[in-house]
Design a protein around this ligand. Sequence first.
Ligand SMILES: NC(=O)c1ccc[n+]([C@@H]2O[C@H](COP(=O)([O-])OP(=O)(O)OC[C@H]3O[C@@H](n4cnc5c(N)ncnc54)[C@H](OP(=O)(O)O)[C@@H]3O)[C@@H](O)[C@H]2O)c1
Length: 258
Amino acid sequence: MSPAQPLTLITGASSGIGAALAREFAQRGHALVLTARREGELRALADAIAAEGRPRPQVIPSDLGTPAGVAGFAEALAARGLEPVFLVNNAGFGLLGDAASLDRARQLAMIDLNMRALTDLSLRVLEGVKRGRGGILNVASIGGFMPGPNMAVYHATKAYVLSFSEALHAELAPHGVRVCALCPGPVKTEFFQQAGDPDMHLPSLLLRSPDRVAREGYEGLMAGRRVVVPGTPNRAVTVAARLLPRGLMLAIASRFWK
Ligand SMILES: NC(=O)c1ccc[n+]([C@@H]2O[C@H](COP(=O)([O-])OP(=O)(O)OC[C@H]3O[C@@H](n4cnc5c(N)ncnc54)[C@H](OP(=O)(O)O)[C@@H]3O)[C@@H](O)[C@H]2O)c1
């Protein structure tokens, strides 16, 4: 790896937005380490990136859903002498349904992946990111701007990601390190299948493609932006969430996941 090809770690790269982010970073000249649980999908993506004449991404399959899984992954990185200069915390999932009915263990697992693993990885790579004057792109959601009845824990995890990322942005900007929260609206990926409704109706006005989300995320991070919300209608939703009384926003959000 040369300094001109900064090493970039991307989590949740086996599908959806993560795979699109991997293609985007590769096209922009980054050397990649890809992780997720499904090794076959990661290797197929690495092959496709290498076939375009880019450096072949390293693949380290891992379950980041437990503290031990994250620690084991960090050890595998260190054993290979890999020190990322950029980190993309994208792995995450949501669950549709009211909190009282959804499985408690699955909801806690969502917290472990969406919040704990993201924080653990960020803290583990920070020294290298600072040394290399790189950055961290955390995939949050427009859901992070408001409470989400029928997706309560998911929205709460994304509110954490947004808050953590904005604070890190302020802490690290003086060190020349970029931290950005990428907050997509709805994107057609395996997300809704995992969440429990593969046929979920997604308003076309808000819908954006994984490639577009990845491109805007990459460009926003590199431009030093704190928060990126792809698409004007989605940006309008986040502005409304900040301006409207919380009770009114809660009533509007209650209708969204029905
Ligand atoms: N799709 C949307 O509408 C939308 C909107 C806003 C934000 N987001 C956020 O975007 C991110 C990517 O989601 P997506 O839409 O691209 O969904 P997706 O296609 O389901 O991708 C989720 C990724 O996370 C990985 N992952 C899940 N559990 C994991 C675990 N325990 N350990 C390691 N990796 C794990 C999955 O890989 P494996 O299954 O191979 O482990 C997959 O690569 C998520 O953080 C999501 O919350 C999505």
